[in-house]
Design a protein around this ligand. Sequence first.
Ligand code: CO
Length: 211
Amino acid sequence: METYYNSLLENNKKWVADKLKEDPDFFNKLAHGQKPPVLWIGCSDSRVPANEIIGAPPGEVFVHRNIANMVVHSDMNLLSVLDYAVNVLEVKHIIVCGHYGCGGVQTAMTNAHVGLIDNWIRHIKDVYRMNYEELHVIQEPKARVDRFVELNVFEQVCNLAKTSIVQGAWERRADLHLHGWVYDVADGLIKDLDVTLTNNSTLQNVYKLDI
Ligand code: CO
C-alpha cells in the first residue's frame, strides 16, 4: 500500500517531465486560465475518466462527477458547476455521460439498502418508476439494465434543459448543445444516444420558463 501510495507522486513527477519534453510551454499556457468548450457530467466510477476516454488534454473539459451522473435540481454543487460553465466559461457542449455496468443504476432497480447513498439513489428510482413498463418488456436482465442506463442519461439531459441556467443561456445564445452519451466499460467505446437538445421546444410545457 505504501509503495502504491508513493508511486502516485512519482508518477506525477514523471508526467510533468514527459509533458515538458513534448512542449516546454505546456504548463505556462495552462497557467493563464481556461476556456474549455465542454462541460462533462459523468459518473464517479473509477473506470470512466472523463478526459482520458475522449483524448482531451488538460484545459478542454470542465468536469462534474457524481454517482450515476445525476442532474438533481437541488444539488448546489451541480448547479454551481453548471452556472459557472454555462455563464462564465460559456461552454458550447454539455455532455451527460453514463456507462453500462453502473452500480448506482443497477442498485436503483432493487430494494437494496446500502446506506446514506440510498437517498441519492432514490432520484434514480424515480427514473426507473417512470420507465418501468418499457424496461419490463425487456426480458434479458443485462439488456434491461443497459437500457435503463440509457434512459437515465436521457432523463438527466432533460433535467439540464429544465434548469433556469440552461434555458437562460438558450435565450441569449444558440450555441449551447446538450448531449447524452453512454460509455461501455467492457470495450471502451462511447455510444452517442443522439438526444442532442439546443432549445426547450421538446420540453413539456410546464417546464418551459418565461425568461
Ligand atoms: Co456509475
